[in-house]
Design a protein around this ligand. Structure first.
Ligand code: NAD
Length: 325
């Protein structure tokens, strides 16, 4: 697969994935389709702007004309474009339904018409709801609780239906929480880090007992590349991190990493419908494609905090864009 369309390539994970493709696949041709919504940052792709084989198209995945144009001649699609922030989906689900459902179907239809060889639908552990103990396998029924998770679950099902009904070669990945550089500063780790570095208070939901599994974005991108090449059509693959932390534990690590203390932590009312715990069984991806995370959480988190410390010119303008200032 040498010609790859990446949707949402100006976002946190998408930009890392585009850099990964261009760094690891000589001769690859990568087209990014991104509408530069509030979380899309053109500068995330500056490091590859002059690379041969790279092309950026500003456009909306819900627009069939632009999608048909960029789809022509591609070998594969890696679909990351999405509305991705749970809190925003609780205050307004419309954009989530539009981009995550309508946009995904527009892409799937265009991919079928253009006879694309592989469509990788990038999804999330949140589609399963909440699990008190143990870990989900890929056979777990979907039971999403937030509008974000529901829209991602719907998108996954539309993608799998396109495979079963029309024979499009579709694979789905579901990953746990990502962290790393270039994450939009409304998500927990960059939000807390940037505020703590400025000596400002941070909001901790409820009692902080909610547990998430964390994976470095570079490991997620390696997993996506493995599934793109070797995943079986019609299958779902979990990408688990293996580092489970409650939000309270994570907050403690971020306070230590930024040299601050609990006096800056403000308890705020819990998020509506807040899932208590997510946990993925990553055994299928390990067995079939040999995937193991390589970034140890402690080292990855320290490097991530350092990156935000050293790049205020990247995140400060984004605080205003997200009305977080
Ligand atoms: P992000 O918000 O940083 O990036 C999303 C990108 O999509 C942005 O560049 C935005 O401009 C673009 N976009 C939004 N609507 C669009 C539209 N209608 N047309 C074209 N482009 C549009 O998100 P992210 O954290 O990088 O997540 C990327 C994908 O990975 C999402 O599908 C998300 O559900 C999934 N995912 C994320 C995580 C995580 O922890 N961040 C975990 C698992 C799965």
């Amino acid at each position: 697969m040498t010609r790859i369309l990446v949707t949402g390539g100006a976002g946190f994970i998408g930009s890392r994935f585009v850099r990964h493709l261009l760094d690891t696949r000589p001769g690859v041709r990568v087209t990014v389709l991104d509408k530069l919504a509030y979380s899309g940052v053109a500068a995330n792709l500056d490091p590859v702007a002059d690379r041969p084989g790279y092309r950026f198209v500003r456009g909306d995945i819900c627009d069939p004309a632009v999608v048909a144009e960029v789809m022509a001649g591609q070998d594969a699609v890696v679909h990351l474009a999405a509305e991705s922030h749970v809190d925003r989906s609780i205050t307004g689900a419309d954009a989530f339904v539009r981009t995550n459902l309508t946009g995904t179907q527009v892409l799937l239809d265009a991919a079928l018409r253009a006879r694309i060889g592989r469509f990788l639908q990038v999804s999330t552990d949140e589609v399963y709801g909440s699990i008190a103990a143990g870990a989900w396998t890929e056979e777990q029924p979907l039971a999403p609780n937030s509008p974000y998770a529901a829209s991602k679950a719907g998108a996954d099902l539309l993608a799998l239906a396109q495979h079963r009904t029309h024979g499009l070669d579709v694979v789905v990945t579901r990953c746990s929480n990502n962290y790393g550089p270039y994450q939009f500063p409304e998500k927990l780790i960059p939000l807390f880090t940037t505020r703590l570095l400025a000596g400002r208070p941070v909001p901790l939901y409820g009692d902080g007992r909610n547990v998430r599994d964390w994976l470095h974005v570079s490991d997620h991108c390696r997993a996506l590349a493995l599934v793109l090449d070797g995943g079986r059509a019609g299958e779902v693959y979990h990408v688990g991190g293996g580092t489970e932390l409650s939000n309270r534990e994570l907050t403690g690590l971020l306070l230590a990493a930024t040299g601050t203390d609990w006096s800056l932590v403000r308890r705020v009312p819990d998020r509506k419908g807040h899932d208590l715990r997510y946990a993925l069984d990553g055994g299928k991806l390990r067995r079939e494609l040999g995937f193991e995370p390589t970034v140890r959480f402690e080292a990855g988190l320290a490097a991530t905090v350092d990156w935000y410390r050293e790049h205020p010119s990247w995140w400060q303008p984004l605080l205003e864009r997200a009305a977080l200032a």
